[in-house]
Design a protein around this ligand. Structure first.
Ligand SMILES: [Zn+2]
Length: 223
């Protein structure tokens, strides 16, 4: 192709037409006619290894997905600026009226790592990344108050803390807080381990992350 569109994408699109589109054709035609009505918004990292549609085995129209560096939700603010994540939240909650918001952190998150390494990481002071991951600062402060035994894996602890902070920030949006209060919306924390495929879901009472049911089947020793 003249513009050197990546061949891998051309090949992948061919496979999609043969398998994905054929499989979901009717569903996609319906979605095109009647519009989308996803019940779940997932906020996930840009990391290529943590695509929510893959983790939750979701087809077209099932998930409304926002992806950004380190799966962060900024607090509600009315300052000038291009608030991309907040715009997506507004659309999902006020227009689509999703019933659930899932903030999904993940293992080996480069955004969290950049924050932890502070000025030592090449992009921690970057024009955009540095400012964006500063959203993790309140999470780091909250984490510093935790018992030492929860900090034996500082990267993991920070990944969890980032999810907890994003859940708090979600409630600073008046339309989200209102929907949570009237029971029409629920917010959830989760964390995905790329290598093992384990998904952990945060218990809203204890704020601890517990293995999602189903994982034990593949986690059990074989033989
Ligand atoms: Zn990440």
């Amino acid at each position: 192709m003249a513009n050197e569109f990546p061949q891998d994408l051309v090949d992948g699109y061919g496979r999609y037409l043969q398998k994905g589109y054929v499989r979901f054709r009717e569903q996609q035609e319906q979605l095109a006619i009647y519009g989308q009505k996803p019940e779940v918004l997932v906020i996930s990292c840009c990391d290529s290894r943590v695509a929510p549609e893959g983790v939750f085995h979701a087809g077209p129209g099932e998930l409304f997905v926002v992806r950004n560096v380190a799966n962060l939700v900024p607090p509600f603010e009315q300052t000038e600026g291009q608030h991309g994540t907040s715009a997506a939240l507004e659309y999902a909650v006020r227009v689509l009226k999703v019933k659930h918001i899932v903030v999904m952190g993940h293992a080996k998150c480069g955004g969290v790592q950049a924050f932890r390494q502070n000025a030592n990481a090449p992009l921690a002071t970057g024009e955009f990344i540095g400012r964006w991951i500063k959203l993790l600062e309140p999470a780091a402060i909250a984490m510093a108050c935790m018992p030492v035994d929860r900090l034996d894996d500082p990267q993991l602890a920070m990944e969890y803390a980032g999810v907890r902070q994003s859940l708090k920030n979600l409630r600073t949006f008046p339309f989200i807080d209102q929907a949570c209060t009237d029971g029409s919306l629920k917010v959830h924390g989760a964390w995905f381990d790329i290598g093992s495929g384990e998904l952990r879901v945060m218990d809203p009472e204890t704020e601890r992350f517990e293995t999602c049911p189903g994982y034990e089947i593949i986690a059990a020793p074989q033989g």
